[in-house]
Design a protein around this ligand. Structure first.
Ligand code: XIL
Length: 355
């Protein structure tokens, strides 16, 4: 009896062993996951853009490869600012801006122009210009209309006026206000429209997420433009965010822009991690928290009416190219691509957020 029980047990063990081995042999091998050659803009239901440093586009092959592959909208980071385009009065330098526009035409990218009027990045001759208000008006009009005419049919939209408000909702005391009064903003839009009847005209500003006063002032200006018949087609939310920015503030800024009924462009998105200047490396934890913020932004944007979604543009491409470290005076990693142009967790989070 004992012996037969032993053989039964042995047989049972052998059977189990055989069946295990058998299943290992006959089961389909675990296939490696298919290589998903994701393209960012093709994964999203709205345009995905980046601001472009034209020098990098010309000279850095990793940079131009990512731009060509991943984005379908481009904004010149600096090449269409007044200091770049009109370095001396009535002397225009189109070379870099034209290079970008040609790149976009060749590669099927939308071009968003930035910016016709700003208080910053002015050529020296404007800062020292002396003339009466008529001469200043002519200077403003000539710049806007020469630039809009030059790019007519090549640029889909313009940030006509950039950063005209203070955070408290008052109008910034710029060189333009000093010489032309606060209604210069409306005239910028009129001059742009006179030069191109089809191009979309945006008002663009930062801080709409943290200042209710500022977003209310922008909303009030757009409403008054509608009443007065001043042309305006869209609102740009720059969204230079910190990773601690709240969901509620992000949603409130987008909601305020949506309420205008105009197109909404998240125009300069970056999410910085080191505004307290305490960090020296990007840890996986920080990258994950940043990704969560990117997802929040995209999710909020994806939920607005489709006809108001002008798109999302990040302010440059990789952490190596971002303006944030120099502006902030401390290292940072604000963009969805790392300094080697590899995708960070934020990349996948953008796609996730759009679903
Ligand atoms: C920044 C550029 O990124 C820098 O290279 C340049 O030195 C200064 O301007 N808001 C804007 C952008 O509207 O034009 C700014 O771009 C960043 C803040």
């Amino acid at each position: 009896m004992k012996q037969s029980a032993f053989y039964v047990l042995l047989l049972a063990i052998l059977c189990i062993a055989c069946s295990k081995q058998g299943s290992a042999v006959t089961a389909p091998p675990t296939a490696p996951p298919p290589v998903m050659d994701t393209v960012l803009y093709k994964s999203l239901p709205f345009k995905m853009g980046a601001s472009i440093n034209v020098n990098l586009l010309k000279n850095n092959t990793a940079y131009s490869a990512v731009v060509t592959k991943e984005f379908n909208s481009v904004t010149p980071e600096n090449a269409m600012k007044m200091g770049a385009l009109q370095p001396q009065q009535n002397v225009f330098n189109w070379a870099d801006a034209d290079y970008l526009v040609n790149f976009a035409a060749t590669n099927g990218k939308r071009v968003h122009g930035h910016t016709l009027n700003w208080y910053n990045s002015l050529p020296a001759w404007v800062n020292t210009f002396s003339g009466d208000s008529a001469a200043w008006e002519q200077l403003l009009k000539t710049h806007i209309q020469t630039v809009v005419t030059h790019f007519k049919g090549k640029v889909s939209s313009w940030d006509v006026v950039n950063e005209a408000f203070n955070d408290d909702g008052s109008i910034r005391n710029s060189i333009w206000v000093q010489h032309l009064g606060t209604d210069y903003i409306a005239r910028c839009f009129q001059y742009a429209r006179q030069a191109d009847s089809a191009v979309l005209l945006f008002y663009n500003d930062y801080g709409q997420e943290y200042s209710a006063a500022k977003r209310n002032a922008i909303y009030a200006m757009v409403s008054s433009f509608k009443t007065r018949g001043i042309p305006v087609d869209g609102v740009g939310l720059q969204f230079h965010l910190t990773y601690t920015q709240t969901d509620a503030n992000i949603a409130a800024a987008i909601a305020s822009a949506v309420q205008t009924g105009l197109k909404v462009h998240i125009a300069e998105l970056d999410i910085r991690l080191n505004s307290d200047k305490t960090k020296s490396v990007l840890t996986p934890e920080l990258a994950a928290q940043q990704a969560a913020r990117y997802k929040t932004v995209v999710k909020a944007f994806a939920s607005i009416p489709a006809q108001q979604q002008y798109g999302i543009t990040t302010w440059n491409v990789s952490d190596a190219d971002s303006w944030i470290p120099a502006w902030q005076g401390a290292p940072d990693w604000p963009l969805p691509f790392d300094a080697n142009y590899k995708r960070k967790p934020a990349y996948g989070a953008i796609i996730e957020g759009s679903k």
